[in-house]
Design a protein around this ligand. Structure first.
Ligand code: GDP
Ligand code: GDP
Length: 436
């Protein structure tokens, strides 16, 4: 069951990001550090009373150069497009403003459930100002205080009460779900169309369906797949669709629902910082990854070009050293047949389980080859390793003191495990636990 999505909208400075951070709390990422990848805190997940949901801070999506009112209007439209429930945040100290009323007008038309939060109500005396906000017409406003953490429970109670009851489409376990991510114009939709064949172009608009509902079934060689979020690839010509933050938001949502993520790069233009950032998200989310270099037809090539480009990718995406690379052209369809076998391979490795005794042999051999590090006179001792999860393969290593398993030694163990078992196309996680 896909998680419902909640979006926060409202004028600047009402406290959206404060509340966002309160709700999502601190999340621990899989990797210690990916250079060049900073977390944009606009999209994360939260939980209330065992209900998990995604949360978007639309205030973090800036449409550069747009006037103030255009900005918040666009943000409200993003919320309407993306969310199941909208938190409309206002400022109880300033009272109701015309900008609030403008936002309300946009939200009325959406027919999405809206919960009004009146922030900065830091003490009970201030509740008197609440009455103005009833005029917005979204029912009872909820007083909250982001800085004091007050009222959040009441707010979230209302939010989850408004979650849709629908049963969304779930796919069979053995159907591989994949998505295509990458910055605008790298050729994602062209590639989907090339895979599907001329006759099945991505739907342009289906009235009344939410964007998320648009996944596309795909059959290759008698096997079924689902291409996730083809909706996010179709262009509706909205201003915000070209902003970087919005494309990141779409990518994050697609990644979350995928088994395999295709990181699409424009071979004609080469790699830029934004490619790296987007790839970093897929890695961090623990998805299987295939790197696709598109527009290979438009590149002047000799017999070395591909190797050189591959090296460039390896240099830029150090953290994706496990991801296979496919060169192709969505336009001419050359080499397009090489893609699906790599998706298959990545997916298989993503859910591979290894035999515990063999794993321990590999780990102990590694330790014999390269002694464990010491820190402040104490040496790391490794007792036992076991695989605790798949998608991605996750290993727990029982040690004397987890603090002693430094990043570089962890990396070394990861490489030994990869050498022994393959795992091409999938990140793997190693977690150190103290032996009890
Ligand atoms: P955003 O622009 O809507 O994301 O607003 P921010 O979350 O950045 O908050 C704007 C300012 O309001 C910051 O200085 C916050 O510290 C402050 N603020 C946020 N919540 C509260 C609150 O509940 N009470 C008070 N007094 N200040 C708050
Ligand atoms: P998206 O924004 O990532 O979905 O990119 P599109 O699929 O809309 O493609 C952007 C532009 O690149 C379009 O003009 C396409 O015709 C062009 N394009 C896509 N794939 C290829 C390719 O393999 N070769 C060349 N030369 N152009 C391509």
């Amino acid at each position: 069951m896909p998680k419902p999505t909640v979006a926060i909208v409202g004028r600047p400075n009402v406290g959206k990001s404060t509340i966002f951070n309160r709700i999502v709390g601190e999340r621990i990422s899989i990797v210690e550090d990916i250079p060049g990848v900073t977390r944009d805190r606009i999209y994360s997940s939260g939980e209330w009373l065992n209900q998990h949901f995604n949360l978007i801070d639309t205030g973090g999506i800036e449409i550069s150069d747009a006037p103030f009112m255009t900005q918040i209007r666009e943000q409200a439209e993003i919320a309407i497009d993306e969310a199941d429930v909208i938190i409309f945040m206002t400022n109880g100290r300033e009272g109701l403003t015309t900008a609030d009323e403008q936002v309300a007008k946009i939200l009325y038309r959406s027919h999405k459930p809206v919960v009004v939060a009146v922030n900065k109500v830091d003490n009970p005396d201030m509740r008197e100002n609440l009455y103005d906000f009833y005029a917005l017409g979204f029912g009872e406003p909820v007083p909250i205080s982001g800085s004091h953490g007050l009222g959040l429970g009441d707010l979230l109670d209302l939010v989850i009460a408004n979650f849709p009851k629908r049963e969304e489409q779930e796919y069979d376990e053995d159907i591989i779900k994949f998505s295509l991510i990458g910055r605008p114009n790298v050729g994602k939709s062209s590639l989907v169309n090339a895979l599907l064949g001329e006759d099945r172009v991505i739907v342009s608009d289906i009235a009344g369906t939410t964007r998320d509902a648009i996944d596309t079934p795909y059959t290759y060689d008698g096997k079924d797949y689902v291409i996730i979020d083809t909706a996010g690839m179709r262009k509706k010509g909205k201003v915000y669709e070209t902003t970087e933050k919005y494309s990141v938001l779409r990518a994050l949502r697609a990644i979350e629902r995928s088994d395999v993520v295709l990181v699409v790069i424009n071979g004609e233009e080469g790699i830029i910082e934004q490619d790296k950032k987007i790839a970093g998200y897929a890695h961090e989310a623990g998805r299987a990854i295939v790197i696709v270099v598109n527009k290979w037809d438009a590149v002047d090539k000799d017999d070395k070009t591909m190797k050189e480009f591959e090296q460039k990718i390896r240099d830029h995406f150090l953290f994706l050293d496990y991801a296979p690379i496919v060169f192709l052209s969505a336009k001419t369809k050359r080499r397009i047949h090489t893609l699906i076998p790599k998706i298959e391979l990545a997916s298989e490795n993503h859910s591979m389980r290894v035999v515990t005794t063999v794993l321990n042999d590999v780990v102990m051999d590694a330790v014999a080859m390269n002694p464990t590090p010491t820190d402040k006179g104490q040496r790391l001792k490794i007792y036992y390793a076991t695989q605790v999860a798949i998608k991605p393969p996750t290993f727990v290593i029982f040690v004397n003191d987890p603090e002693l398993l430094h990043f570089s030694y962890k990396r070394f163990l990861e490489n030994r495990i990869r050498d022994a078992f393959g795992f091409e196309g999938t990140p793997i996680k190693i977690i150190a636990r103290p032996r009890k």
